[in-house]
Design a protein around this ligand. Sequence first.
Ligand code: URA
Length: 238
Amino acid sequence: MRLDKFISSQRSDLSRSMVKELCRKGLIYVNGKIIRKSDAQVTETDDVAVNGEKITYKQYVYIMMNKPQGVVCSTKDGESTTVLELVPPELFREGLFPAGRLDKDTEGFVLLTDDGALAHRMLSPKTHVPKTYFVRLRDEWSEDYKKAFSEGMIIDGGEKCLPAVFSGSPDNPFECTVVLSEGKYHQVKRMFERLGNKVVFLKRTAIGNLPLNPDLPLGACLEIMHKDVERLLASKSF
Ligand code: URA
């Protein structure tokens, strides 16, 4: 691959013309040697450094985002801020998109990637990666909810849900955790509506066995490793 393409594919803050300029200034090294031609050929195994900073080649990027309320999980939206707009330039790549959606008023873990094949596996209805949600309800939860969730609820319109896990908080009668192994439209909200209750706050706290980092502020992103995403995909359903 050309050196300018290699660098700009890994660093969204460096355009190909910026790389050309940096080359001219003698600020780009390949395998310890200054390279002044931005069309020089490099491979993934070459040791490339810009301004003394090593570039570790990554084919794809995987990002854990703590989505705030009011932000939409689409790639374009005329009115609202999108999750893509919250990705910092050092992690941003062409082709990045959210692998799974949360509602505009839901907070929490959104996985973003430019790895289309992995996202496809993640979104496949056959995969059943469990997703964990923290829920605050309008009315107190009841002990019957456990059974209703575990039996596979039928929600409005006659849609049958897969068995899910409900756990009421031992400390708060309005708070609970729900684990689902599918992602129907507004599913958590519709399941509680079916029980005559209402979700007033919803946050996704884990995807598979990967919890949302509790130190990640709302709106912030954290790069995660490919192997963590593979592990998450292999998470057993309940
Ligand atoms: N269920 C919902 O109702 N909303 C979400 O955003 C996610 C799950």
